[in-house]
Design a binder for this molecule. Structure first.
Ligand SMILES: [Zn+2]
Length: 252
């Protein structure tokens, strides 16, 4: 994929996520990114609105430069801002990338990812801001849920957004990859929102759509006595069935 088509797909995906009727992101909520090459990504400029994004609203950012700050234990808010500014690969650019750029960038450590969208979907956040957040967002309800979103998702308890959150996500995703032997398709951030991760923009839209549909169903189950999640055995069966693997590829 060349950078023109990456930017075209990223813009379309962003507008999809920011369409107000979907309830995934309104005003300046959420952020999106796409891989350009091994060390660079496009990421939403701070303050831009997903629903009205144009190709000029993304900034090229160096992954290695922006993730350096993760290992600076005493980094201040000013250091984070300087790091974000210094990582922009366009010297004439005065805008800053989104504050969640560090989090996006560290996830591209996994070559499987080409596109990422972070949103605050209404039904997902109905669960993520509830006492049942973890079980609701990591359990699986039906075969399509497993096919689209994998065996489970990464759950991240609430921590301070920005650098602290980025470090927490890095640790939890690494742990997930160790146990699941593949990178996650979704991160569920308590009291915050959803990250959908995929090779293509289409896959990221599909994951977000499925997460939100399942969240609507879950909200129904909680008012009907509680969800009945699939058993681990049934989830594993769907996750490893050759026909379901094929279906997963077809869906993107
Ligand atoms: Zn957010």
């Amino acid at each position: 994929m060349n950078s023109t088509s990456i930017l075209k797909d990223l813009t379309a995906m962003s507008q999809y996520m920011g369409t107000p009727s979907r309830g995934y992101a309104i005003l300046g909520e959420g952020n999106t990114s796409a891989r350009i090459d091994e060390d660079s990504i496009y990421v939403k400029a701070s303050g831009a609105c997903l629903g009205t994004m144009t190709e000029n609203d993304f900034l090229p950012v160096s992954i290695s430069k922006v993730t350096q700050i993760l290992d600076v234990s005493d980094a201040t808010d000013d250091d984070v801002r300087d790091c974000l500014r210094g990582a922009v690969l366009d010297s004439g650019e005065s805008r800053l990338p989104s504050v969640e750029t560090i989090l996006h960038a560290l996830l591209y450590e996994y070559p499987e990812y080409g596109f990422i969208a972070h949103t605050h979907p209404t039904a997902c956040n109905g669960l993520l801001c509830s006492v049942n957040a973890q079980e609701a967002m990591t359990g699986r309800l039906c075969p399509d849920h497993v096919v689209m979103m994998g065996r489970t998702s990464v759950f991240v308890p609430y921590v301070d957004p920005g650098l602290v959150l980025a470090r927490e996500v890095r640790a939890r995703v690494r742990q997930f990859v160790e146990t699941e032997h593949e990178p996650p398709k979704a991160l569920a951030l308590e009291n915050h929102g959803l990250f959908a991760l995929g090779a293509t923009a289409k896959a990221v839209m599909n994951i977000t759509d499925m997460a939100e549909k399942m969240a609507h169903i879950l909200l129904g189950t909680y008012s009907a006595g509680g969800p009945k999640f699939m058993t681990e055995k049934d989830v594993n069966r769907i996750a490893t069935r050759p026909d379901e693997k094929y279906r997963q590829k077809e869906i993107g």
